[in-house]
Structure formats: structure tokens, C-alpha cells
Write a protein that binds this ligand. Structure first.
Ligand code: NA7
Length: 538
């Protein structure tokens, strides 16, 4: 018997709740449900804990939000015990932190690694999910909780010949665990999104020569990272409550707050001084600390975008390369703003060249490199920094079937339909806590995991075995979420926010755009009204 058949022959693991994914949201959901006394377990596709911070191990991977705004807030002891070494911490430390949490709260015995959920079917009579992994392991659970995150289904471009390449190649989200030796090698990076922008300066320093294939330039802004001194460490620990309180107030639960003034209400010289002031700050201040109307008023946006373009030009010696690096085809902030350290200066190095694959697109990957319509580039290594089938991809790639046997991929063919981002009609007892709110990830992950915990406890107290979003509530929420995006510059630009980076994916803004405070208020109100909009059964 092979291993899959062998596993299938075993009795299924009987659970109250099966959580998919041991990343930031899955770990905390596990903690919450086990504290409730539930038999809850995580099935994790990776070989370890950490989710995003397990998979994305490429050189340069790090937080773009402050380490202390991304940390869990639920345990004062944990906040005291953990020291971040940098204001924007790097992947190895982030992965260590999540492993520390798993051990600190004795979660590890309840996490099954190398357990990729392949299918899940709802048994309408028993009100239970039957789940199967890629290697044939089975479980049955009352609740199925998807905690797969927003950026886990990595996206390979459909460039012909990828499999013909004779050298080494990696997608950034499937980076090897052992260090990659770039010395003396000719390396190509395809893509210039937030990931590539973190990676490129590191690879340029290590490799023989680097060719960057850019289709769309981005408005990358300086991260301005620094180490945390012991005095700052103490201060941070003393200030945690203030950090979390601030994050509770802001639109996207980051520490930065949009300036409430309208751009053109401020005199020109004062505007310029304001742009310089936010530019000199670390982190997302250059985006979320800007005048609020840059996200809705094209003229306000264009003025600020031009300021950022000037900053890019100043850093790149060759004027032709500088102009290629300057974005002109989309407004500032309509795509995720990458934060960088030395990215633009990298193009001043003699071993780095920028290839514009908008004017001369990539035709194919060959055995020895990349062929564009203009030239062939000989390479030893190709790095695909080509992004993700974001927000919905991981869920729709699994074969999840609801009460009437319909798959979630079919149900969402025309874009995701949810009630509160948390459930989808026809899929009883499936909670979706992937993080589909435009929000600093951990801040909303905690709120949602607690909401699910409270809902499950509420059901238990009333003897309910089944919860399902009503189609009417789902429709109303989906329409409300769509309406919120009207007038937003996000929707006018192609990006993973809109699903438009993946061929055939419905073009729609994939995040809930009402802001974290409104989202929290709404889900709390629904709970207070006896989970209005959900239907319950025994
Ligand atoms: P992104 O932001 O989706 O970037 C992907 C990049 O790959 C982007 O520059 C794309 O160009 C480029 N790309 C994709 N396919 C191709 C082909 N076929 N040819 C050339 N270039 C291509 O993904 P990231 O991983 O950088 O960032 C995702 C999030 O992870 C990020 O926002 C952070 O939150 C963490 P395009 O712009 O489509 O022209």
C-alpha cells in the first residue's frame, strides 16, 4: 500500500475545529479555541510554523509595519518576554517569534505540519466537515476555519519555457531553506513589486551580475529601518497599550494616520514642507501619513506622486535608468507602496542593469536565460518575484465543497461573496479568517479570531451545531463592500489588490475597504444582536 492509501485507511481524526494554516491568524485562533476547551488542531502545509514568515525566506524579507505594531497584543507576559532587534524586523526573527509563541502557549502538540489540506466536504446531515490532506490524512470537524492568509498562493507567470531553464530558479515565496550561493553568478529577477524591491539590493551585493526585468515601475519609499536600543526596548514595552490604542483608531490599523487636511487647502510652501517631513519619517508615514485626499483626488495624488518621482530621480545616476524607474502609469498608493533600503542606489552599481520588459516583453525562458523581443539575457539563476493569487487564491485552489456540493471556486467565480468577510452562504460552519480587511495583519487577525471564539462559545451555550450566513445578509454585505470602493484610486489600477495580476480572475477590489474601525464596530454589533444575518441549526 502506498503512503496516501495507508493514511486514508486510518480512522479520521475527530475534532471540534480544524484550522488551516499555522501563520499569525491560525496560531492565535488555535490558542483561543483551546482556551475554550475545544479539541482544535491546525493543519499546516509547510514544514514549520509561521505562514508568510515560514515561506518567504528570500534575502531582505522583513516587516514594512513596525515590529511592535505587528506583534500579538493578547498577552502582557508575551509582550514583556519578547524583544525585537529592529524597528522593522527581518524574516528570521519573525519566524522565530511565531515559533516562540507556539512553544510559549504549548500550541505545538496541536499543529500537524506537512499537512496540506486538499479537500473538505460538508456533511449536511451530521453538520460536520470531512477534510483530507494531500497525503491522504483525514479529519472530521464541526468547524473548519481557513486561516491561510492573503498572500500564500504564489503566482508563477505563464511565460513559455520556464521548465526548459537549465540553471537554478526560485519563486520568492518558495525560497530554499539552505542559503543560496550567488557568488559570481548571472542572476535575473523577474518582477519589481514589494518583494523584489526588498530582495534586489541583497542579491546585487552577492552576485556576479544582476539583470532586473521590470514591467511596471513602483513608488518605492525609504523604509528607514534601525536597530532598537535597550532604552528604546524598555520604552516600547511601556508604550504597548498606547501603540495598540493608536492602531485601533487608524483606518488600516497601522500606527500612521492620514492627515485630515485636503491637499489644496494647504498653501504650496507648507505642502512642500509637509511632504519633506513625512518623507523623512520611517515606515508607511509617506503613505498613510499623507493628506487623506491623495487616495481619492487625482490632482492631489499627482502632486504628491511628482514629489516622489523627484526623490527617485535624485538617487539614480543614469538619467535613462532613472526615468525607467519613475512610475507614470498609476497614481501613488493605488498599488501597495513598497518600502526599500538602498533599492534605487542598487541601479548605480556596475554589475546591475535594468531591462524594460514593458517596451520589449519577455517572449520565453530558454535553457540559458530570458529572451525578450529585443535581446537574449544569459543567466545562471532566475528569481521569480511575480507575486500571489492574493486573498482568494489559496482557498479556491483547495477543493472545498459546501452543503449542496458546490465548490468555493465555483461560488466565487464572479468574485468573493461573503458576509462580513467571515462566512460565505452555502458553506455552513466554515469561518474564513484569511485577513480580507485592509488592515495591519495582526491587529485584525486578533479581533477576528476572538470573534470566532465568542461565536462558537455562544453557539455551544445554546446547543447550536450549525451556523451559516444567510444569502440576504451576504448580498447586502457584498453590495455594501462594493459601494465603498467607488471613487477609490485603488480600483483604477491593475494590481493584486484587484486580482488583475492573475489571468481569468474577476477584477474586483479584494479587501474590505470600510476601514478597520468600521469593520470592528460592525462585527461587534452583529454579535451583540445575536449574530444577526446568520442562521443557526442544531
Ligand atoms: P506583486 O506586487 O504582485 O509584484 C509582482 C511583480 O511581478 C510585478 O512587478 C509584476 O509586474 C511582475 N510580473 C508578474 N508577471 C510578470 C511577467 N509575466 N513579466 C514580467 N513581470 C511580471 O508581488 P510581490 O510579491 O512583490 O508583493 C506582494 C505582496 O507581498 C506585497 O504587496 C507585500 O504585501 C508582500 P506588473 O506590476 O504586473 O507589471
Amino acid at each position: 500500500m502506498n503512503a496516501v492509501a495507508d493514511n486514508r485507511a486510518q480512522a479520521p481524526e475527530e475534532l471540534d475545529a480544524l484550522i488551516i494554516g499555522a501563520g499569525v491568524s491560525g496560531l492565535y485562533q488555535l490558542y483561543c479555541l483551546r482556551r475554550l476547551g475545544l479539541q482544535a488542531v491546525i493543519y499546516e502545509a509547510g514544514g514549520g510554523v509561521g505562514g508568510t514568515w515560514y515561506w518567504n525566506r528570500y534575502p531582505g524579507a522583513r516587516f514594512d509595519s513596525e515590529s511592535y505594531s505587528y506583534i500579538y497584543s493578547f498577552s502582557r507576559e508575551l509582550l514583556e518576554e519578547w524583544d525585537w532587534s529592529e524597528h522593522y524586523s527581518a524574516q528570521p526573527e519573525n519566524e522565530r517569534y511565531l515559533n516562540f509563541v507556539a512553544d510559549r502557549f504549548e500550541l505545538r502538540p496541536h499543529i500537524r505540519c506537512n499537512a496540506r489540506v486538499q479537500s473538505a466536504r460538508f456533511d449536511d446531515d451530521a453538520n460536520r466537515w470531512r477534510i483530507e490532506t494531500a497525503d491522504g490524512r483525514c479529519a472530521q470537524a464541526r468547524f473548519l476555519i481557513s486561516a491561510v492568509g492573503i498572500l500564500s498562493a504564489h503566482h508563477m507567470p505563464d511565460i513559455p519555457g520556464i521548465e526548459d531553464f537549465a540553471g537554478q530558479s526560485f519563486h520568492t515565496a518558495r525560497w530554499p531553506h539552505e542559503p543560496v550561493d550567488f557568488s559570481g553568478k548571472r542572476v535575473g529577477v523577474i518582477g519589481t513589486g514589494a518583494t523584489a524591491i526588498q530582495l534586489i539590493p541583497h542579491v546585487a551585493e552577492q552576485c556576479g551580475e544582476l539583470t532586473v526585468f521590470q514591467r511596471t515601475a513602483n513608488y518605492a519609499c525609504p523604509l528607514r529601518n534601525s536597530t532598537i536600543t535597550p532604552a528604546e526596548q524598555r520604552q516600547i514595552k511601556d508604550d504597548y497599550e498606547a501603540v495598540f490604542a493608536r492602531c485601533r483608531r487608524t483606518f488600516a490599523a497601522f500606527m500612521q494616520e492620514f492627515d485630515p487636511r485636503r491637499t489644496f487647502d494647504v498653501p504650496p510652501a507648507e505642502r512642500r514642507a509637509f511632504y519633506e517631513a513625512i518623507w523623512s519619517q520611517p515606515g508607511f508615514t509617506k503613505w498613510f501619513g499623507a493628506f487623506h485626499d491623495i487616495m481619492t483626488d487625482p490632482a492631489a495624488n499627482e502632486e504628491y506622486a511628482e514629489f516622489v518621482r523627484e526623490k527617485i530621480r535624485e538617487r539614480v545616476h543614469d538619467p535613462v535608468t532613472a526615468e525607467l524607474l519613475v512610475p507614470r502609469d498609476h497614481p501613488f498608493g493605488a498599488k501597495r507602496i513598497p518600502l526599500e533600503t538602498g533599492y534605487y542606489e542598487t541601479f548605480n552599481r556596475p554589475n546591475v542593469r535594468l531591462v524594460d520588459v514593458k517596451s520589449a516583453p519577455i517572449e520565453r525562458v530558454t535553457a540559458n536565460g530570458v529572451q525578450t523581443t529585443a535581446a537574449h539575457y544569459d543567466l545562471d539563476v532566475i528569481i521569480y518575484a511575480t507575486g500571489f493569487d492574493a486573498i482568494t487564491g489559496e482557498l479556491t485552489r483547495m477543493d472545498i465543497r459546501g452543503a449542496d456540493g458546490r465548490s468555493i471556486a465555483d461560488a466565487w467565480a464572479d468574485g468573493p461573496q461573503t458576509y462580513l468577510t467571515l462566512q460565505t452562504a452555502g458553506f455552513p460552519n466554515l469561518f474564513i479568517i484569511n485577513g480580507a480587511v485592509f488592515c495591519n495583519f495582526t491587529r485584525c487577525a486578533e479581533v477576528v479570531a476572538e470573534w470566532v471564539r465568542d461565536c462558537v462559545a455562544w453557539m455551544g451555550a445554546r446547543g447550536y451545531a450549525r451556523i451559516e450566513a444567510s444569502p440576504a445578509a451576504e448580498l447586502a454585505w457584498t453590495e455594501h463592500a462594493e459601494k465603498l470602493t467607488e471613487g477609490m484610486l485603488f480600483t483604477k489600477t491593475d494590481s493584486w489588490f484587484m486580482g488583475s495580476n492573475v489571468k481569468g480572475k474577476k477584477r474586483t477590489f479584494l479587501f474590505y475597504a470600510g476601514g478597520a474601525p468600521a469593520f470592528r464596530e460592525k462585527i461587534a454589533e452583529v454579535a451583540a444582536r445575536g449574530y444577526e444575518g446568520f442562521e443557526f441549526g442544531r
